[in-house]
Design a protein around this ligand. Structure first.
Ligand code: KIV
Length: 241
């Protein structure tokens, strides 16, 4: 079996440090930061300014993993804007950028300027109103082939039926990275806070495997701290100067 690509999102120095030390291949500074860090309902709420801060924070962890910056909503509405913003991400420490959907002009401009691009097809959180499984096999395959032809180096497949994701993976020569797209993609991506169980509101879609419940652990630790302050158990002599 070919070695699968492991991608995880991160948004801060500690989360990038954790992902990198766990040995992931790619760290994606996803615009999902809008939901899981800033508490917005939509990824549309986040812009270049915030994304650049998150990319810089992740770059400070000096990851060995490839650092990929997600281009936020409206940051790639035309080729020149896309190029200008992609360069800002590279200056901030990213090694590649990810773009939702397929705009041939934008893609070509970026790849012709030697920028490494990750495509993203299937469910597109920036433009689709709600999470939806994308089932149009012909359209998805066409988009994947077009992305490959314009020099894209990876493609994220989000909420694509397993059978279609398998077909796309077989038909193109660049890796596919799936989220909710089944077992046959070249790799998988999950959102940091989803994997670790850090979301304030339960979020457990079928595709997600939650590997820890850090929210519960964190609340337990903070409760213990509060109790010890209130009962005079903390700080102790050893904590004093
Ligand atoms: O922003 C993000 O986290 C993403 C992944 C879900 C692929 O785009």
């Amino acid at each position: 079996m070919q070695k699968k690509i492991v991608m995880l999102t991160a948004y801060s120095t500690p989360s990038a440090f954790i992902a990198d030390n766990a040995g992931v291949d790619i760290i994606l500074v996803g615009d999902s930061v809008a939901n899981v860090v800033h508490g917005f309902k939509s990824t549309k709420e986040i812009g270049m300014e915030e994304m650049l801060l998150h990319v810089k924070a992740c770059a400070r962890a000096k990851p060995k993993a490839l650092l990929v910056a997600d281009m936020p909503y409206k940051s790639y509405s035309n080729s020149m804007l896309a190029l200008e913003n992609a360069k800002k991400f590279l200056d901030a420490g990213a090694k590649a950028i990810k773009i939702e959907g397929f705009d041939p002009k934008v893609m070509k401009t970026l790849t012709e300027n030697k920028i490494k691009v990750m495509g993203h097809i299937g469910y597109l959180p920036q433009t689709d109103k709600k999470p939806i499984i994308k089932k149009d096999e012909k359209k998805l395959l066409e988009e994947a082939l077009n992305l490959e032809a314009t020099g894209c180096e990876w493609i994220v497949l989000e909420l694509v039926p397993e059978k279609i994701a398998k077909l796309i993976t077989e038909k193109i020569s660049i890796p596919t990275i799936g989220i909710g797209s089944g077992r046959y993609c070249s790799g998988q991506v999950l959102v940091f806070h989803d994997l670790l169980g850090l979301n304030p509101v339960e979020f457990k879609p079928k595709y997600l495997k939650q590997y820890a419940n850090l929210k519960k652990e964190a609340i337990k630790a903070v409760k213990q701290y509060a109790k010890e302050v209130r009962t005079g158990k903390f700080p102790q002599k050893k904590n004093c100067y």
